[in-house]
Design a protein around this ligand. Structure first.
Ligand code: FA5
Length: 340
């Protein structure tokens, strides 16, 4: 009688274990069948009433049912644990090769974009793109450009001097000197780069900004060539007609010298802090290269002449993109930069 009860018990408990959908069902079976007050515990109380051989046989059977059910419970629990782990791994799986959520792809800085466009244009016109150091000699930055010591033109460009007598270049014009000395005539070159001036910062003046120097040395170069290249440059940048004015400008390294101004595209010429209420922005000083400058770089001015210009690249970026404060361009403020 106890034997068939035990076998039925094992059978039905096994069925319940096999059918369990969650760990709590297993726990219910464990308490009900194997617990201290469970069915097996109650059956084992009945053992004492049996004759000795029967007691030993049923006792053995009871132990084996208990062990079988414990094994079945453990194995089913193992299945649940495995399943839970798999689900967790699936839900927490991270593909480390994917871009992090919320990051935006980078883009070229507006100044870099304009610089690249101008480089492409001048390369297509047969110009070389030259580079020069930001820490320059006094000779290349001033003397070789016909600005000897104590020349008043030095005051036009407040200079950051280094303790060893070098300086942070105040313009990209020293790259002209390097180009003439290294490559000689005929020469077509541009030189974009960062320059530094110890001056008060406002909406249109930075202490660190970008220029793009240009120079062409050949035979019989005239102001007409200069104007042609400047017009080609501006229409390639603005893709539309922009109003410009050419007025005499003084730079010791050119003769004649000009200032090419552009009608302020921030205010349309009405007056604003960028153009200092004048309606015009100084953008592109230029002129025919002074014979002294050619001579100092070992070029015979009787045979060669040329033009040079020094474009304010940072200001050009302001005009092109309608940026009304130069300080925004190098502020690193993503609210500004992500608009381009
Ligand atoms: C020069 O630097 C000359 N080397 C340019 C030149 C080259 C003239 C070759 C003739 C022949 P200037 O100091 O004017 O010139 O500066 C040139 C341009 O740089 C200006 O027209 C302006 O657009 C820009 N610029 C000058 N100062 C600043 C500043 N503080 N912040 C931003 N842009 C400036």
């Amino acid at each position: 009688m106890l034997e068939s009860i035990l076998r039925d018990l094992e059978c039905s408990a096994r069925e319940r274990i096999a059918a369990a959908k969650a760990p709590q069902y297993l726990e219910a079976v464990r308490i009900e069948v194997l617990g201290r007050k469970g069915t097996l515990a109650q059956i084992s109380k009945e053992l004492g009433k049996l004759p000795p051989e029967e007691r030993a046989r049923i006792g053995k059977l009871l132990n084996s049912v208990k062990q079988n059910l414990e094994t079945a419970l453990d194995s089913k629990k193992g299945q649940f644990d495995h399943e839970a782990l798999r689900e967790r791994l699936e839900s927490e799986w991270v593909d480390l090769t994917l871009p992090a959520p919320g990051t935006r792809p980078g883009a070229l800085h507006p100044i870099t974009r304009i610089q690249t466009e101008i480089e492409d244009l001048f390369i297509s016109l047969g110009f070389a793109v030259l580079d020069g150091p930001e820490v320059e000699t006094e000779y290349n930055n001033f003397d070789a450009l016909n600005i000897p010591p104590h020349h008043p033109a030095r005051d036009m460009q407040d200079t950051f001097w280094l303790t060893d007598g070098h300086l942070l270049r105040t313009h990209t014009s020293p790259v002209q000197v390097r180009g003439m000395e290294r490559l000689g005539p005929p020469l077509r070159m541009i030189a974009p780069g960062r320059v530094f001036r110890n001056e008060e910062v406002d909406a249109s003046h930075e202490h660190t900004f970008y220029q793009l120097e240009g120079m062409m040395i050949d035979r019989d170069v005239s102001v007409a060539h200069l104007i042609f290249f400047m017009k080609t440059l501006l229409s390639a940048i603005f893709h539309r007609d922009v109003e410009v004015r050419l007025r005499p400008g003084y730079f010791p390294f050119v003769e004649p010298g000009f200032e090419l101004d552009i009608k302020c595209l921030i205010c349309g010429g009405g007056g604003c802090p960028v153009c200092k209420q004048s309606g015009w922005v100084e953008l592109l000083p230029c002129g025919l290269v002074h014979p002294n400058v050619l001579r100092m770089s070992g070029i015979d001015p009787e045979e060669w002449n040329g033009f040079a210009f020094g474009l304010g690249l940072t200001r050009l970026a302001m005009m092109r993109y309608g940026i009304d404060d130069i300080r925004l361009l190098q502020s690193g403020d993503l609210r500004c930069l992500t608009q381009f």
